[in-house]
Design a protein around this ligand. Structure first.
Ligand code: HEC
Length: 111
């Protein structure tokens, strides 16, 4: 009785890791960004990662021109990001190239 119990425990210990390995599921993580990816006006957009990580840009849902523009103006006017008026549009173009909804808007039917 005692011996069969030990055998059972032994069998369990031996097979557990195998079962755990079998139950492993593959998951796909979103692409990780540690820096801004290449794109138009990248140099101007580098200001966007001075205060916070690039995740703030890539983790947003794709934004429209207007939404990215107001985001840039918010950073400039409310948080004091040193961005000149002339740099706003180039940065918006960069942001659209990275995480913009422009493609979707262009293909959707006219209202
Ligand atoms: C002067 C510092 C500074 C700079 C430069 C800066 N940000 Fe921010 N940003 C902030 C702060 C502060 C927050 C709010 C942080 C929080 O809520 O945790 C923020 C938040 C954000 C968010 C999250 C949404 C929101 O509105 O709170 C986004 C998106 C973002 N920034 C994008 C940008 C982009 C794009 C640029 C470049 C144009 C930029 N940031 C440059 C300081 C900055």
């Amino acid at each position: 009785m005692k011996r069969s119990f030990l055998v059972a425990v032994f069998a369990l210990v031996v097979t557990l890791p195998v079962r755990a390995a079998k139950d492993t599921v593959a998951i796909e993580l979103p692409a990780e960004h540690t820096r801004l990816a290449p794109g138009p006006n990248l140099a101007a957009a580098q200001i966007c990662v001075v205060c916070h990580s690039v995740d703030y840009i890539y983790m947003q849902p794709p934004l429209t021109d207007d939404q990215w523009r107001s985001e840039v103006l918010k950073m400039k006017n409310m948080f004091g990001a040193p961005i000149s008026d002339a740099e706003v549009e180039p940065i918006v173009i960069y942001l659209l190239s990275q995480n913009g909804e422009r493609q979707v808007q262009e293909t959707s039917p006219a209202p």
